[in-house]
Design a protein around this ligand. Structure first.
Ligand code: GTP
Ligand code: MG
Length: 177
């Protein structure tokens, strides 16, 4: 009963936007206020079952390091990825621009058909918000004129708000036979 599929997913984005925190919330349902910056990359797996189709999807997750000195490693991780989370921090406009740079690079270099998600993390920090919800809509419209798909969402790894939703949306967009 139900299908099973396995996909490779990579997280990209500036250091400290919360990539590892999103992954740990998703995989272990924990949050650490003092998480250490990732060195190189980390590998974790987690499965979800989509309620409507009863499809179980196993994500093989590569959590990359955002520090500039690791930038050249990224292609190793997105080269054969089925999905990518390009993460920014809603309190940092500069981090959004970095995430958009990653989308540009993925469109040039990543496998065709990769499911891309632009994720605004730290939605709990509303007082320090620098990127408004919906601010990226026009950008997304332009980037998807070629028929490609970019999923947008906000989440908080701290509260857990919206985290599972990101992976469910990606799961629904992935090709399961
Ligand atoms: P690199 O590994 O250096 O690329 O960073 P990263 O993107 O993996 O960031 P990380 O998950 O290590 O989080 C950086 C800091 O932001 C940590 O101190 C986290 O506690 C904090 N943080 C992450 N997510 C959230 C969030 O949703 N809300 C708040 N308030 N803080 C967060
Ligand atoms: Mg990290």
């Amino acid at each position: 009963q139900g299908n099973f599929a396995q996909f490779k997913l990579v997280l990209l984005g500036e250091s400290a936007v919360g990539k590892s925190s999103i992954v740990h919330r998703f995989v272990k349902n924990t949050f650490d206020d003092m998480r250490e910056s990732t060195i190189g990359a980390a590998f974790l797996t987690q499965s979800i079952t989509l309620p409507e189709s009863k499809t179980t999807i196993k994500f093989e997750i590569w959590d990359t390091a955002g520090q500039e000195r690791y930038k050249s490693l990224a292609p190793m991780y997105y080269r054969n990825a089925n999905a990518a989370l390009c993460v920014y921090d809603i309190t940092s406009k500069a981090s959004l621009i970095k995430a958009q740079d990653w989308i540009k690079e993925l469109k040039k270099q990543a496998p065709e058909g990769i499911v891309i998600s632009l994720v605004g993390n730290k939605s709990d920090l509303t007082e320090n918000r620098e990127v408004e919800e919906g601010e990226v809509d026009e950008y997304i419209r332009q980037m998807t004129e070629d028929g490609s798909v970019i999923i947008t969402s906000e989440c908080s790894a701290k509260t857990g708000d919206g985290v599972l939703d990101i992976f469910n949306k990606i799961g629904r967009a992935l090709p399961v036979e």
